[in-house]
Design a protein around this ligand. Structure first.
Ligand code: HEC
Length: 177
């Protein structure tokens, strides 16, 4: 009998801890997906209400008109999504505005794919964001550019001293000279 208790204890605490750890992990990635969503009225309540059962990417990957979203939200309520009428109205307004049929062209992935990095004109801070450079690296790049003129190829970029060249390779397709 002596050994029964610790086993029970670890079952009682170990399992919830494990579940908690897993759901915490997915909550973090859902959070970063939520960060990509356009700001606006209804965003917070959408994220809070619609990430209880699945990732927000279920929503951000879709484009539907108002009727389509109404049908989806009605279906989610059928699955057990809860909220007040005002909440669901705000969610409907938010997703119709940002994930409607006419917003298809403005979808974030398309914009990101088309994003070019103008290495000869972007200021240092922008290069930090776009290329993942450190502050020192971006300053070195701008200083080199000021001194030697425009970069013409990725090999020119790699001549800048003190920058991890793999960062240029990682963005090779987006570099604009
Ligand atoms: C109670 C759990 C639950 C909640 C809360 C929930 N969903 Fe869902 N959702 C599901 C399930 C289960 C599926 C997969 C089954 C399916 O595709 O019909 C799903 C799938 C989806 C899909 C993909 C399928 C489709 O019909 O396009 C979208 C979009 C979606 N949910 C949107 C939402 C929105 C918006 C909210 C917030 C109002 C929400 N969900 C909240 C359970 C939930």
């Amino acid at each position: 009998m002596k050994h029964v208790k610790p086993v029970l204890l670890s079952l009682t605490f170990g399992l919830p801890l494990l579940v908690w750890g897993v759901s915490l992990g997915s909550a973090v990635s859902a959070q970063s997906a939520a960060d990509q969503m356009p700001a606006g009225p209804g965003k917070d309540i959408t994220v809070a209400t619609c990430t209880k059962c699945h990732s927000i990417t279920n929503i951000t990957g879709q484009h539907k008109d108002r009727d389509g979203w109404t049908a989806t939200i009605t279906k989610m309520v059928g699955y057990g999504a809860t909220g007040s009428d005002e909440d669901f109205q705000a969610i409907l307004d938010y997703v119709t505005k940002n994930y409607g049929l006419d917003s298809a062209g403005a979808a974030a992935p398309a914009a990101a794919a088309a994003h070019k990095i103008a290495v000869n004109t972007e200021p240092a801070a922008q290069l930090v964001t776009d290329l993942g450079l450190t502050d020192d690296e971006s300053k070195a790049l701008v200083a080199y550019r000021d001194k030697n003129g425009n970069f013409k190829t990725i090999d020119d970029l790699k001549k800048v001293p003190g920058i991890d060249a793999t960062k240029f390779d990682a963005h090779a397709a987006d570099l604009q000279f």
